[in-house]
Design a protein around this ligand. Structure first.
Ligand code: ADP
Length: 397
């Protein structure tokens, strides 16, 4: 190394260390004039001197004004010398850049632009800082992404386990609770016969038993629906009025809705006549939707039936408490209730809609929910209309 030049650091390029490889001190002079000062900058006149200088200190910036071939060999040696260390920025001062040079240099500067070297270096440093920032942000996002991925795997494992647990509960609850419940029911019925028994208490007990019975019936039904896939042979053409009448009749007979069933109003378009479905299951689904509509509202509940092309559209609409938007997808999960005090306040155990969803899946359709809190909800689903003129298509599906 022939020549050392000590440059003062400026506030803008604080602690910037530069290695200049040039046959003459012209660039150093220019850097000095331009105000790019560094306390630890070095001038090497040959590539070998420059490599030797790298043993003492790795600069942040290397400015070369040497032959094209020498730059390439220097860049190669530099990469080998650094191993895993951070590579300095490489600025090449030349009027005859070659394609390969663009691949190794971070910046190429023509001799005529040397007077602006400070601005060129500033913008290079700014660009590099931005790239570094972006890289850091990417690394952080990547780390976050991995963390979320792990969390998703953990949650999906937990959710699978919960699903299995729910299935086990659903399977055993029906069996285990039915017998004691029937025993209690017979005992209360016997007590009712006894003239000395307080009839108000008996009424209360009967009410509770009916609710329990409903819960157990739904759990048993859910278990059956989960374990058997629907045989489409049970599908048949069913007049829509038959479905509505059966669902309303059952509702009127139920202990909870004896009084409120009269709130249901039915509107059926004359053109919506017959659907192709499993009669019993669609009656159950409609009944469960009506049960919720009556339970969660106090005003009129509407059943609307219309037709659209080859479908009949049924909807159950109430003006009740409504459902928060972010929970609409969740209410179809077994045992999910928007309000944890729902069982105590309204009855039910959170599986009605899980049953409805399964029945709809078996009919290759789904329920759409529109709801506004404190204004009401509507649950709508479409069933295949039965076309008497073309009965083969429905039966062969
Ligand atoms: P539940 O036995 O609790 O009624 P469901 O599965 O039928 O169980 O419904 C799940 C939950 O969805 C209910 O607990 C309630 O929070 C909400 N929900 C269902 N239908 C309605 C409705 N018509 N209005 C307001 N909330 C409803």
């Amino acid at each position: 190394m022939d020549n050392y030049s000590t440059l003062q650091p400026t506030t803008t390029r604080e602690k910037l260390t530069i290695l200049v490889i040039a046959p003459t001190p012209k660039i150093i002079t220019q850097l000095t004039h331009s105000g790019i000062y560094s306390a630890h900058s070095t001038l090497a006149t040959t590539v070998d001197d420059a490599i030797a200088a790298l043993h003492d200190q790795i600069p942040q910036l290397i400015i070369t004004e040497i032959e094209y071939d020498e730059i390439l060999s220097f860049s190669h040696k530099l990469t080998m010398n650094l191993e895993n260390g951070e590579r300095p920025l490489l600025v090449c001062v030349t009027n005859t850049p070659d394609k390969e040079l663009f691949e190794v240099a971070d910046q190429i500067v023509a001799h005529s632009h040397l007077p602006y070297i400070d601005q060129i270096i500033d913008s290079l440093l700014r660009g590099t800082a931005k790239v570094k920032q972006a890289e850091q942000r990417c690394a952080k996002l990547e780390a976050d992404n991995q963390k979320f991925h792990k969390e998703i795997v953990r949650l999906s494992k937990t959710s699978k386990e919960l699903g299995l647990l729910k299935q086990a509960i659903v399977h055993s609850v029906g069996h285990e609770l039915r017998t004691p419940m029937l025993q209690v029911k017979s005992a209360v019925a016997l007590l009712k016969e006894d003239e000395g028994t307080n009839q108000t208490i008996i009424e209360l007990a009967m009410g509770a038993i009916t609710r329990l019975e409903g819960g157990i019936r739904n759990v048993t039904l859910l278990n059956e629906l989960m374990s058997e896939s629907l045989d489409r042979q049970s599908f048949m053409p069913v007049p829509i009025m038959q479905i509505l009448e059966a669902a309303l009749r059952n509702l009127g007979r139920s202990w909870e809705h004896r009084a409120s069933a009269s709130r249901v109003k039915v509107h059926v378009a004359p053109t919506a006549t017959t659907v192709f479905c499993d009669r019993q299951r669609i009656i159950i689904a409609l009944q469960l939707l009506l049960d919720n509509a009556l339970k969660f509202s106090e005003g009129e509940v509407e059943i609307n039936v219309t037709d659209a092309d080859e479908f009949v559209i049924l909807s159950v609409k109430d003006d009740g408490i409504g459902i928060p938007q972010d929970q609409i997808d969740l209410i179809f999960d077994a045992f999910y209730q928007v309000d944890s005090s729902s069982t105590r306040r309204y009855g039910g155990i959170g599986i009605g809609l899980a049953i409805v969803r399964l029945i709809m899946e078996q009919h290759e359709t789904k329920v759409e929910v529109h709801s506004t809190e404190r204004q009401g909800s509507s649950f709508t689903f479409a069933l295949s209309a039965y076309d008497y003129m073309n009965s083969n298509n429905a039966l062969s599906t």
